[in-house]
Design a protein around this ligand. Structure first.
Ligand code: GLU
Length: 279
């Protein structure tokens, strides 16, 4: 069964880039006679707002997008994430980290030449707390010990069907260690960080095809690794190109000018928007 999803975060208005992403997934599901699910990625409770969630439903409905089954809200599944985290902890693949953002920046102040400082999650963690065995009570967050994780369960490759990166992508521990590092799995204020949550969500909702923007391509090796560690199957991945503004800059949520609701208020039709994003 072909099943895909659209997973916006309710932290601002949906813009043209979201419409394109939702249409890509929705149209693919309909063309395949499969299912299209809607998920609300609201784990960041400091930024998620009910009115943005309502706006998502309104905007998608106006765009002509229909979703199958109930909407899944990440905040309803905190126990599932906690259980997955416990599984990884029990295998010794995680550690508690007490570093603040500032500590990490200071530790990374003298970068080694040729070693990347930023990965898909921002600054690559220098590993300060990895061997300290800190109690969880002192921790700001729980991190994946990437070196151990890769030794235990790094798959050889994953498959991508998006146009610009089409093909099989080999996964190598050295690359993950250098360019990703010990990613955050959970924070004190957030039961699961993005990578752990999406992997669990996609598995529990039996997503066969993940269709999302190219900006998340670099996070995919982390997802494939976590799937393997948790004994979950890996879906097909398709990362579509991003909608850019006239100056070639990626659209952001704060870019209110491109909000779908704004176009709608200005009298444009969903078909006008489809044309604008090249569909
Ligand atoms: N919630 C994520 C976002 O707003 C997308 C998650 C995903 O597609 O994996 O960018």
């Amino acid at each position: 069964m072909f099943r895909t999803r659209f997973a916006p975060s309710p932290t601002g208005p949906l813009h043209l880039g979201h419409a394109f992403s939702a249409w890509c997934a929705h149209d693919a599901a309909r063309a395949a006679g499969g299912e299209f699910l809607l998920r609300i990625d609201d784990l960041d409770q400091s930024r998620a707002r009910t009115h943005w969630e309502q706006q998502i439903y309104e905007d998608l409905t106006w765009l002509g997008i229909t979703w199958d089954g109930p909407v899944r809200r990440q905040s309803d599944h905190l126990d599932d994430y906690a259980e997955a985290l416990r599984k990884l902890e029990a295998r010794g693949l995680t550690y508690a980290c007490a570093c603040s953002r500032r500590d990490i920046e200071q530790a990374a102040d003298a970068p080694q030449e040729g070693v990347p400082t930023f990965g898909p999650d921002g600054r690559i963690y220098p590993g300060t707390c990895r061997t300290l065995a800190l109690p969880q009570t002192d921790a700001h967050c729980i991190r994946l010990d990437m070196a151990k994780a890769c030794t235990v369960g790094l798959p050889k490759s994953f498959h991508e069907t998006g146009q610009s990166r089409h093909g099989t992508h080999a996964l190598e521990a050295q690359t993950l260690l250098r360019s990703v590092g010990d990613v955050v799995l959970a924070r004190r204020s957030m039961a699961a960080a993005y990578h752990l949550a999406v992997v669990l969500d996609d598995s529990q909702t039996q997503i066969s095809h993940v269709i999302r923007g190219k900006d998340l391509f670099d996070a995919t090796p982390i997802h494939v690794l976590l799937q393997s560690l948790l004994g979950l199957s890996t879906p097909e991945y398709h990362h579509h190109d991003l909608v850019r503004d006239d100056a070639g800059k990626r659209l952001a949520k704060r870019d209110d000018a491109r909000a779908i609701a704004k176009y709608r208020a200005d009298g444009l039709t969903p078909q006008d928007l489809r044309t604008m994003v090249g569909l």
